[in-house]
Design a protein around this ligand. Structure first.
Ligand SMILES: [Cu+2]
Length: 83
């Protein structure tokens, strides 16, 4: 999975990405919601959200963003139980 500034993450967190096809580990140390995506399949809905902490403050920013193709419906479905 890859993430970039195109996918919302908490303010102040440096965007991160992995090399394509490589395993990656990442330590989430700032509370909030992190959208991550598979770059080649983003538009096909291969996107997810990692929640760090109990009350992510950036869910409304994630909801307000427009995502490509099927990612938009996927994000909407993932946010539904959180908001
Ligand atoms: Cu993919």
């Amino acid at each position: 999975m890859r993430s970039s500034s195109a996918a919302p993450i908490p303010e102040g967190v440096k965007p991160f990405r992995s090399a394509l096809g490589k395993d990656v580990s990442y330590r989430f140390s700032t509370p909030g919601a992190y959208v991550y995506k598979c770059t080649p399949h983003y538009g096909q809905g291969m996107v997810g959200i990692v929640i760090v902490g109990d009350t992510p403050e950036n869910l409304s920013a994630i909801a307000a963003k427009k995502y490509p193709g099927k990612a938009d419906k996927r994000i909407e479905a993932l946010l539904a139980p959180l908001t």
